[in-house]
Design a protein around this ligand. Sequence first.
Ligand code: ITT
Length: 198
Amino acid sequence: MKKIIFATKNMDKMKEIRAKLPDYNVVSMEEAGIDIDVDENGLTFEENAVIKAEAIMKLCGEVVVADDSGLEIDYLNKAPGVLSARFLGHDTSYDYKNAKILEMLNGVPDEKRTARFVCAMAVASPHGKTQVVRGTIEGIIGHSADGSNGFGYDPIFYVPELGKTTAQLSMEEKNKISHRGKALDMVRRILNEDTCIE
Ligand code: ITT
């Protein structure tokens, strides 16, 4: 089985990633014995994904995939965006963050509640040029936090076509349509066709 290191400390992301790449040995940073905080100081999801993947690849000399993702809310000028993890404080609970967003959008009609999850994924290899892809899913910010699957902003991200939030989907259902699922489909193609893994 081909090995890749996934440069994330977010175990919820890891679960989604492993489910989508069953034919790869996906090793977490912790399992690889890597414990550093990479400064995500890029201005875009793509820049941050590349920064993370290349920093870890240079440390371990292996193929590394990194995910930088977040929620863009149009009514809030695309905030929290690249700051999604840091929005209202890195250690603040998502129950609180989600309640605060619902409050900020109180009274805003559905047509102005448009939002999207974005996921940039970078593949960095010691044998080739870094590649980066982007997956997105469009939705609206709901009027309440619903569902207990997933993580982060899932309970307030409502997908009108399904009549559910992404926190009301199973991991398999979410992975079929989500930003991360789409990015992972593209990454799998890069990993399969590429010479980046020996
Ligand atoms: P790593 O940097 O270690 O990968 P992180 O959680 O800090 O972990 P990001 O910097 O990419 O990851 O921040 C992304 C944040 O955006 C994440 O913490 C969630 O709050 C939110 N987010 C991203 N994808 C999401 C999803 O599928 N469902 C809900 N929230 C999501």
